[in-house]
Design a protein around this ligand. Sequence first.
Ligand code: SAH
Ligand code: SF4
Length: 333
Amino acid sequence: MNWTKLEELIKNEPGFRIRQIERALFKNFYDNWNDLNDLPVKLRNLLADEIDLSINGQIFKSSDSGSIKALIKLDDGLIIETVLLMHKDGRNTICLSSQVGCALGCKFCKTGEIGFKRNLTFEEILLQVLFFSRYLKKINARITNVVFMGMGEPFFNYDNFLNSVKFLNDENKFSIGQRKISVSTSGITEKIRTIADENMQINLAVSINAPNDEIRRKIMPVADKYKLNELISSIKYYIDKTNRKVMIEYVLLRAVNDFPEHAEELSKRIKGLLCFVNLIPFNGNDIYKRPSIKKINEFKKILSDNKIPFTQRYEFGHDIKASCGQLIFSKSF
Ligand code: SAH
Ligand code: SF4
């Protein structure tokens, strides 16, 4: 769905047309121009010829019944993955990809393994939301939350990411509150400062993943460029500017970053920050392993003793490879 082209096509129409179209596409989630019977036939036919509303997607349901993964084929044949997490409390969270692949090559992440293919346009980011909005409409449900935690580094596709957030938030379009939108970054400090200056209310998550630069460099090549001290000071800047609580993501890797002294070191580093730690036990079983439950509990106890708030990420979709770090660029459906 090429929104820029659509706006161009209707630029000489009366102002209310755009509202009719927005309502049809982003509130009623129509996928066929014929359904827009309040438009003049001539305009409807023009739009049908010029703007394709179909989305080439394939769905995989998890046996946990709470998560669904979609593979969406883009116009150039590349495929992205998007995950829908249906929570028991009625929240439906969509996990969006911002790039095809990722250039950052974190050692524990499957998306990192495949490398970078290209950035998504803002429309391709939104296509994922449209796809699952149409799906949920059939069961009388809607997307309530959006997280940019799929394939790619959103802050390396900053303009398209930001445009898509504005589009999601726009009350005439998806009308999703900024506080229901979260972005996760591997820690691109200059962009953390830039987003802090945007005056937005979205939630920021930062993949710290290690208590010091030495361990971080081993698992995240991006840590060569961005040191933890600078990363933490950019997070402080963000908090000062926005007064929003930041999520510190920490992937727990057995015998790499899960020792009690790591929990102590992490606590010291982030003490006093308006933040909470989100622990993500490693998904997968290859060069890395997931820590034992005992080890995870020990880690949590130390955070507690240091009065560092934390949560553990609820896990969905292992069987359909939809969990964190398992999204890969598929070559075919
Ligand atoms: N590129 C962004 C957003 C996508 S990754 C980022 O790195 O923040 C979303 C989260 O999944 C990150 O916190 C990342 O550290 C985590 N993750 C990646 N691979 C994982 C894996 N195999 N197991 C558990 N978490 C993983
Ligand atoms: Fe890229 Fe995030 Fe995966 Fe690292 S964890 S390779 S930054 S998607």
